[in-house]
Design a protein around this ligand. Structure first.
Ligand code: KIV
Length: 271
């Protein structure tokens, strides 16, 4: 008899059911095996290998330098820690902007070379055909509108989007277009809470907010931000659930002190 409880993988169907039943969807990013394992054990619904790894893992100012090979490398590591969560992978800058075919090929590459459950790409109307082509091949796609960090040089800042009527209308229209193109969900980044509410009510697919208020169907944060590891970055939408930077600093200082004072290793820690 198999005594182990069977773990049910989160799928697009699960997420759709959660929205229908008004149960919030939880999501965090991961870039390595150990973090992914902890997030999965805690019961996170979606683990995103975000191209935010360009900032928080590689130390770049933007996400633009991240490559397909790097996304695939991190996804392979993250996937080994996951039993339950849905694993979504960001398509990096210039992996889908060149043409629909290029985006299609790269989405296929992610699905062939990793155990990802879907891909995420930024943009509304202008990427609709790419989303359509990828989803028609059976690959789940998550959209991402509002603040789209891959377009930082077009916008010139990381300011909130959708504050004026024109931008708000565009975001609403983009959400509908993405849904119609076949996406299973949409990330809404840094837009007013009331606009996120309107978007969430106007589409059947789940919305996952980051800096988009409480009315979204779910929330996502960048894990090193919410754990208090990325101390130089504190926009108001990030809540610190821990102060890991302080904890790590304290631990390393203690280690240095112990080594210098011949307090480590002890007899018990030696052979
Ligand atoms: O790259 C990323 O981590 C993301 C999330 C912030 C949604 O796109």
């Amino acid at each position: 008899m198999n005594t182990e409880k069977e773990i049910k993988r989160v799928t697009t169907k699960t997420l759709s059911l959660l929205k229908k039943n008004n149960i919030k969807i939880t999501s965090l990013t991961a870039y390595d095996f150990i973090t992914a394992k902890l997030l999965d054990e805690a019961g996170i619904d979606i683990i995103l290998v975000g191209d935010s790894l360009g900032n928080v893992f590689q130390g770049n100012e933007t996400t633009l330098p991240v490559t397909m090979d790097e996304m695939i490398y991190h996804t392979k590591a993250v996937s080994k820690g996951i039993n339950r969560a849905m694993l979504i992978v960001d398509m990096p800058f210039m992996s889908y902007q060149l043409s629909v075919d290029e985006g299609f090929r790269n989405a296929g590459r992610i699905m062939k070379e990793t155990p990802a459950g879907g891909v995420k790409l930024e943009g509304g109307k202008r990427v609709a055909n790419t989303i359509r082509q990828i989803t028609q091949a059976g690959i789940p796609v998550m959209g991402h509108i509002g603040l789209t960090p891959q377009s930082i040089y077009q916008f010139g800042s990381y300011r909130e989007r959708g504050k004026n009527k024109q931008e708000a209308d565009e975001i609403l229209e983009d959400a509908r277009i993405i849904e119609e193109a076949g996406a299973f969900g949409i990330v809404l980044e840094k837009i007013p809470s009331e606009l996120a509410k309107k978007v969430t009510e106007s589409v059947k697919i789940p919305t996952i907010g980051i800096g988009a208020g409480v009315h979204c169907d779910g929330q996502i944060l960048v894990t090193p931000d919410m754990l208090g590891l990325n101390i130089d970055f504190h926009p108001r939408f990030v809540r610190h659930y821990s102060s890991l930077a302080e904890e790590i600093l304290k631990a390393v200082l203690n280690y240095i002190e112990d080594v210098k004072q011949n307090n480590f290793p002890s007899k018990e820690e030696s052979y």
